[in-house]
Structures are given as C-alpha cells and as structure tokens.
Design a protein around this ligand. Structure first.
Ligand code: RIB
Ligand code: CA
Length: 311
C-alpha cells in the first residue's frame, strides 16, 4: 500500500528533480504539494511547482500556495545564482504552463490532506520550515496523523549561505527550531553532509536527459545550477540535495541515521540559522534522526533509475 505523502517545497532546481522522483516512486502516493518561499519568491515557486506537476502529467495532485515569508525576521537571502531568477534555471518557459492552483492556503491543504488520510502521512520538507511550523502550531491535533517528517536541511559542518547556516534552516531559524525540537512527530534530517557526498556528474545528467522529452526539460533546468557548482566548487558535478530527502522518505532506511538532540540558533549574529548538535545526547530532549551515511553509488543510481521513468 503506497504511503501517503505531502511535499512542501521551494522549486528550485533540485526540488524539481525531487518532486519528479516522488512522482515516479510506487511506494508513495503524493496527495498534496505546497509551495513555500525559499530559493525564489513564493509566487514563482508556486508557479514552478505547478509547471513541474504539468510536466509529469500530474495536474490532478492538489497544489496550494504556502508561506510567503519567514515567521519572525525577513529572509536572509534567496538563491537566484543557483536556481535562476525564475527558480528553474531560467528555463521555466521550457516547462508546460502551470497547472491548476488549489484555492486553499498551504497549511489548510495540508490539514485537509491529513484529515482525509486513513494511514499516517509522510511530510517531506524541501525548503524553509515555515509551513511545517505553522501546521504543527495551528493544528497540534493533527500531529498523530503524521507518520514522520523528512527534512532536507542543516549541516553538521559548514553551511552554504552567507551566514554560517544551511539555506533551508537559515531562511527561517525560528520555524526550523520549532520543527526540529518538537516531541510529537518523528523527524529525519538530511543535511548537507550527506547531500554533498551524493553529487551527480555530467554523464549522470546526460544519461537522464536521454530518457525522454520530459527528462530533457528537467535536466535542461539544471544547466545554470551545474555551471554554478563548477564555478563555486571546481567540479562538474551537482548536489541534488532534495532528492536524497525524497529517496529516504520513499525507501526508509536508505540513509543511515544517528539520533541527536538538535537546536537552531535564532540570534541575529553570524551564528543565525546554524544547527546546534548535542553530541552527548544527555538529557531527555527529543532526538532527530540525522542522516550521516549513505551508499553513494547505490543512492545516486537509484535516484536516476527512478526519475528516468518520467520519460
Ligand atoms: O541547502 C540546500 C537546500 O536549499 C535545498 O533544498 C535547495 O533547494 C534550497 O532550498
Ligand atoms: Ca529546496
């Protein structure tokens, strides 16, 4: 029986690959998708999300607009250098026109989806955690209907923003702290440590592009992302961060995790958005299962194999 899934996302190039991965995975049933601000502004991420669904022929999946801004402070940075001003590598117009927009607000769609699910739902968060925090704060009665939350975010080491943090947690540290320290729903965190280890190279992208017209459009959206990785990291390979979170949500246990109590720095100094790990794990604070180890060749091959089914 496929596991019901809700995806909250800020497409975003790697988000696009991750959403395609979920739609091509028979183990999960994507019941709803919500667009949050993040890589680019919420209106663009919402339009991109519905373009991606249209590309996959899944305009039937309810798609709603989520948060437009963080809970407390203005967003520190967006990511047009990586994802283009349009959020899809300046290739948004190569995608089909956006499909239908659900009239509900994102958290409302999430709540209705949870109420309508007979089985526990997996919530996958691929952008800032604002919507997830709002859901947990406004509808704590629905927490038992969540089987798990899988988050792409954080880093045990260096971040990837102007600050010291990783982009998704840095975008809304208050929301991230809320989600990563709550005791009600199990959380698996997929940090940069593992996503950067799972970079895919040019041949991997080229092979995927050759699977059909849809994957050609998808891979073409990664051209700018690929150039920026080459410029910033000196190698012709890209980290499709969000795909690892979806792979773990789809095939639990793909990533090897270690439980840690976490916190997120919410001060306004240079440490803002940094994930603080209590490596002693001493007190009875809720643990987050942090993914720190993966069979890289197996995971990257599996992601490619599944997305090829898009055709
Ligand atoms: O730090 C990487 C994360 O930030 C990914 O989810 C990427 O899409 C951006 O949202
Ligand atoms: Ca993302």
């Amino acid at each position: 029986m496929p596991v019901p899934m809700i995806i909250d996302t800020d497409p975003g190039v790697d988000d696009a690959f991750a959403i395609a991965l979920a739609l091509c995975s028979p183990e999960v049933d994507v019941r709803a998708v919500v667009a949050t601000y993040g890589n680019v502004g919420r209106d663009r991420t919402f339009s991109n999300l519905r373009r991606i669904l249209a590309l996959a022929g899944r305009g039937d999946i309810p798609a709603a607009a989520g948060a437009q801004r963080p809970l407390v402070h203005p967003q520190g940075e967006t990511a047009p250098d990586w994802h283009g001003a349009d959020g899809l590598g300046l290739r948004a117009d190569d995608f089909p026109a956006p499909g239908p927009a659900d009239p509900r607000q994102g958290v409302e769609l999430m709540a209705d989806t949870l109420l309508g699910a007979a089985e526990p739902v997996t919530l996958v968060c691929l952008g800032p955690l604002t919507d997830a925090a709002l859901l947990l704060a406004s509808r704590p009665d629905l927490a038992p209907r969540l089987g798990r939350i899988v988050v792409m975010g954080g880093s045990m080491g260096a971040g990837n923003t102007r600050g010291a943090g990783e982009f998704n947690l840095y975008a809304d540290p208050e929301a991230a702290h809320r989600v990563l320290t709550q005791p009600d729903v199990p959380v698996t965190l997929v940090p940069l440590d593992v996503t950067m280890a799972c970079r895919v190279d040019g041949p991997w992208l080229d092979e995927l592009a050759g699977a059909g017209p849809r994957t050609t459009v998808l891979v073409s959206s990664a051209a700018l992302y690929r150039r920026t990785f080459l410029d910033r990291h000196g190698s012709d390979s890209v980290a499709l961060h969000d795909t690892l979170a979806v792979l773990e949500a789809t095939v639990p246990g793909t990533l090897r995790t270690t439980p840690f109590p976490l916190a997120v720095a919410c001060s306004q100094g240079p440490e803002r958005g940094v994930m603080v790990v209590d490596r002693r794990g001493g007190d009875d604070a809720p643990r987050v299962d942090v993914a720190l180890d993966v069979d890289v060749p197996s995971a990257t091959a599996e992601v490619g194999r599944r997305i090829r089914a898009l055709g």
